[in-house]
Write a protein that binds this ligand. Structure first.
Ligand code: PBG
Length: 325
């Protein structure tokens, strides 16, 4: 059958029939909200380059937990900005470090599922994601630190550990450290295919990264490589990742799709700070409809094959969605 007998518009006539044939549906439970905690502040501090996002002081965490639950978002990923940064990033694994305190606070004061981002770049004075020797990030020494950080975050009550540093062997090292410490039930969400992206710019502002003009290209992936992403993901699965991640999301939808076709584990995608800020900036100028583009961007990431989306829009998108579900 073809036109004029077949008319595709029949199934687009109104919202009811459109919803009935919808192939991709987003729900608040698909979303993870990133939260920033900063030891250096005593009241919420807006992140200048991310309109709508704030840095929270540690004492605000109980109220935050309650607010998010109201919108149907049930999980968060925690980032910390410590008051002291040093070459070894020692606050990253301190029992009373900023992320450990934030995790413990969120767990004590809410029913949120709390994911710990695990990296050293917020904690080192040079801003790299690990221990630096002779200007090079020492992969294997960094793995030992990652193991300690993971255990400290699990001890603080984290429900899941998400290593984002792109060291080789990080998932295996963290799995072993967690298991040895008795945390066999804590899953790992691996930032597996993490590109060396310019879209992370506003995030570095949010965590006051002391990373100057340097580059993470010695450990994060180059933009053009698609097959390499599959190798990275395969390695992480082999090392014990429970969920794998592609990051950023919108410029890497093909990678999400490739991963979906190849792997059966849950796939997360991170709609990163720059993706968020571009939409917010254009909306603030009246150049596009912010709510509409927010939903379109999230649906497209899910359509590409992501089960889970980490997004700064989580609360806002969940609020809009609640009109539908
Ligand atoms: C830390 C980390 C980064 C992001 C998440 N974890 C920054 C980076 O690798 O430079 C980026 C998040 C965002 O841009 O929203 N390793």
């Amino acid at each position: 059958m073809n036109y004029p007998e077949l008319r595709m518009r029949r199934l687009r006539k109104n919202r009811i029939i459109e919803d009935m044939v919808a192939e991709t549906v987003l729900t608040p439970s698909n979303l993870i909200l990133p939260l920033f905690f900063d030891e250096n502040i005593d009241k919420d501090r807006p992140v200048a380059s991310m309109p709508g996002v704030v840095n929270h002081p540690l004492k605000g965490y109980d109220a935050i937990g309650q607010g998010i639950l109201g919108n149907g978002v049930r999980s968060v990923i925690v980032f910390g900005n410590p008051s002291k940064k040093d070459a070894k990033g020692s606050q990253a694994y301190a029992a009373d470090g900023v992320s450990q305190k934030a995790i413990r606070g969120l767990k004590d004061n809410s029913d949120l599922y709390v994911i710990a981002d695990l990296c050293m770049c917020e904690y080192t004075d040079h801003g790299h994601c690990g221990i630096v020797h002779d200007d090079v990030v020492d992969n294997d020494e960094t793995l030992r630190m990652y193991g300690k950080i993971a255990v400290s975050q699990a001890e603080a009550g984290a429900d899941m550990i998400a290593p984002s540093g792109m060291m080789d062997g990080q998932v295996g090292a963290i799995r072993k450290a967690l298991d040895d410490a008795g945390f066999t039930d804590i899953p790992i969400m691996a930032y597996s295919a993490k590109y060396c992206s310019g879209f992370y710019g506003p995030f570095r502002d949010a965590v006051s990264s002391s990373f100057g003009g340097g580059s993470r290209s010695a450990y994060q992936m180059q933009w053009g490589n698609r097959r390499e992403a599959m190798r990275e993901i395969q390695l992480d699965i082999d090392e014990g990742a429970d969920i794998i991640m592609v990051k950023p999301a919108m410029s890497y939808l093909d990678i999400i799709r490739d991963a979906r076709e190849r792997f059966d584990c849950p796939i997360a995608a991170y709609q990163v700070s720059g993706e968020y800020s571009m939409i917010q900036a254009a909306a603030a100028n009246g150049w596009l409809d912010g709510d509409r583009v927010m939903m379109e961007s999230l649906i497209s990431i899910k359509r590409a094959g992501a089960d889970i989306i980490i997004t700064y829009f989580a609360e806002k998108a969940a609020k809009l969605m609640r009109g539908y579900i």
